[in-house]
Design a protein around this ligand. Structure first.
Ligand code: TRP
Length: 450
C-alpha cells in the first residue's frame, strides 16, 4: 500500500479546504438565492447561519478526519466499530460520487462557455436562451466538455495529495481571488451599477420569512461543502499542529467573502441593463450574463470580451477546486480499501463518474423524456444528494460528535491535546448537540414539504 501523505503546510491545508468550499455554489447558486430571497436581508441571515451552524459543523468534520487519519468510511468505522454510525461514512462517499457525476456536467458547461468567450463567440447579439438550449441538448458537445473537465480533475488527483491537490490549490486559489478583484472593479465601473449595490446592501427585513431562513441554512451547507465527508477526507491529511477551529474560521471567511463578492460582480452588471430581471434562476450565469455583457459593453467590446472571459475562467477554477475534493473523497476510499495504486483508484473513480455523468448530460437532450416524479436524471441526482442525503448527513454528524463521541476526545482534538486555548468550546458543544441538529432538521422537513 502507498504511504499516506499529509498536506505539507498549514497554508496548503487552508487553501485546499477553501478550494473545496468555493465552487459553483458561490459564484452561481449564491447570487441566484440572493436574487430569489430579497437581496441584503438574505445575506444577513446567511451570515448568521455560517457563523452559528456552518463553522461548528465544519470543526466537527475536521476533528473526525484528523483524529482517524483515514478516508471517510474507515473514519466512521474506526470511531464506532460495529455501530450504525458507520452508515454516515458510506453515505458520504456515495453522495460525493453522485454529486461529482452531475457537478462535472455544469462544470463542462463553464469550460465550453470559457472557450466560446475566448474565441469571441459570446460577443455577438444572439438569442442566448436559444444558444444555451441548443448547446445543452446537443448529444455530443456537453459530454465532451464534461469529459475534458473530468480529465483535468483526474490529472490533479492522480498526482497525489501534495503535488496534486495542495500544489494546484496554492496556484488556483490566489488566481481565483485575483480574478474576483478585477471583476468587482469592472462591475462597479458599469453605468447603473449603483442600483445593484443598493439591492445588495439595503436589507428589507420585511422580506424575511421562515422560508428565507431555511434557504440560507441549505445554501450555507452546500457552499461550505459540509455533511458529506469531503472536508473529513481533507482533514485526514492535516498535520497534528493544524489548528482546527482557526482553519474552520479561515475557510468559512474565504468562502463567504467569495460568495458576497460574486454578488458584487453579478448584480451591478445585471442592474446596469434595463429590462433584465435579477431572479433569473439557473440561467443567470449562462443566459442572462452573456446578454448583459453584450449590451453593457456594446461601445467597448474588448472590455466585454475581457470581462466575460475572466468570469467563466473564475467559474471554471471554482468548479475545479471543488470537483477535486469530491473526487478525492471517493478515491481515498477506493485506494485504501482495495489496496490499489492512487493512479488506478483515480482512474476507476473517473471512469465510473464519467459514465454516470454522460447520463446526466444526456438528460438535458435526447434522454430528457426519461423522468421519475417529473424529474430528469440530472434532477433526480441533485434532489437525492442535496435535498435528502446531505441534510440527514449533517444531522448525523452533529449527533455523532455531540452525543456519541467522548467529550474529552472532542475537546482534545480541537485544542491539539490541550496545547491550544479554545475559549468557546462550551458554546461549540452546545451548538453541536442542540442548535445545529434542530436547525438542520427544520430545513429538511420544510424542503420535503415544499
Ligand atoms: N462547496 C462546493 C460549492 O460551493 C460544492 C461541494 C464540494 C460540496 N464538495 C461538497 C457540496 C460537499 C456539498 C458537500 O460549489
Amino acid at each position: 500500500m502507498e504511504t499516506r501523505h499529509n498536506f505539507g503546510s498549514k497554508l496548503g491545508a487552508v487553501l485546499a479546504s477553501a478550494g473545496s468550499a468555493v465552487g459553483l455554489g458561490n459564484v452561481w447558486r449564491f447570487p441566484t438565492e440572493v436574487g430569489n430571497n430579497g437581496g441584503a436581508a438574505f445575506i444577513f441571515i446567511y451570515l448568521i447561519c455560517i457563523a452559528v451552524i456552518g463553522i461548528p459543523v465544519m470543526m466537527s468534520e475536521f476533528l473526525i478526519g484528523r483524529h482517524t487519519h483515514a478516508n471517510t468510511i474507515s473514519a466512521f468505522a474506526k470511531l464506532a466499530p460495529g455501530k450504525w454510525w458507520r452508515i454516515e461514512g458510506i453515505a458520504g462517499v456515495f453522495v460525493a460520487f453522485l454529486i461529482l457525476s452531475y457537478y462535472i456536467v455544469i462544470s463542462g458547461w463553464t469550460l465550453f462557455y470559457l472557450i466560446e468567450s475566448l474565441s469571441g463567440h459570446l460577443q455577438a447579439d444572439r438569442d442566448y436562451t436559444l444558444v444555451f438550449d441548443n448547446f445543452v441538448s446537443n448529444p455530443w458537445l456537453p459530454v465532451l466538455a464534461g469529459a475534458a473537465f473530468m480529465g483535468l480533475t483526474h490529472f490533479i488527483i492522480a498526482r497525489g495529495v501534495q503535488s496534486g491537490i495542495e500544489r494546484s490549490s496554492k496556484l488556483m486559489m490566489p488566481l481565483l481571488l485575483f480574478i474576483i478583484g478585477i471583476l468587482v472593479v469592472c462591475s462597479f465601473g458599469m453605468p447603473g451599477s449603483s442600483a445593484g449595490l443598493r439591492f445588495l446592501l439595503k436589507p428589507d427585513f420585511s422580506k424575511i420569512t421562515a422560508n428565507v431562513f431555511l434557504s440560507a441554512v441549505g445554501q450555507a451547507f452546500f457552499s461550505l461543502s459540509l455533511a458529506m465527508g469531503c472536508l473529513c477526507t481533507y482533514a485526514s491529511y492535516f498535520r497534528h499542529d493544524t489548528k482546527l477551529p482557526k482553519t474552520a474560521v479561515g475557510v468559512s471567511v474565504i468562502d463567504t467573502f467569495v460568495a458576497i463578492l460574486s454578488g458584487f460582480i453579478i448584480f451591478p452588471a445585471v442592474f446596469s441593463v434595463e429590462g433584465v430581471s435579477v431572479d433569473a434562476g439557473p440561467g443567470l450565469v449562462f443566459i442572462t450574463l452573456p446578454h448583459v455583457f453584450n449590451i453593457a459593453f456594446s461601445h467597448v467590446p474588448v472590455l466585454g470580451y475581457i470581462f466575460s472571459s475572466f468570469f467563466y475562467l473564475l467559474l471554471l477554477l471554482a468548479a475545479l477546486t471543488s470537483a477535486i475534493s469530491l473526487h478525492e473523497s471517493v478515491t481515498a476510499y477506493v485506494l485504501e480499501a482495495f489496496h490499489v495504486s492512487r493512479r488506478r483508484a483515480a482512474a476507476i473513480v473517473s471512469i465510473a463518474c464519467m459514465t454516470l455523468g454522460v447520463a446526466c448530460s444526456l438528460s438535458f437532450g435526447v434522454w430528457s423524456d426519461l423522468t421519475l416524479f417529473g424529474m430528469n436524471i440530472f434532477e433526480i441526482f441533485d434532489f437525492t444528494a442535496s435535498k435528502i442525503i446531505l441534510p440527514i448527513g449533517g444531522i448525523i454528524i452533529c449527533l455523532f460528535t455531540g452525543w456519541y463521541l467522548d467529550r474529552k476526545m472532542v475537546e482534545s482534538e480541537l485544542t491539539n491535546g490541550g496545547t491550544l486555548r479554545f475559549r468557546l468550546f462550551r458554546l461549540y458543544y452546545f451548538i453541536i448537540r442542540y442548535v445545529a441538529p434542530l436547525a438542520i432538521a427544520a430545513v429538511f422537513v420544510q424542503e420535503l414539504l415544499s
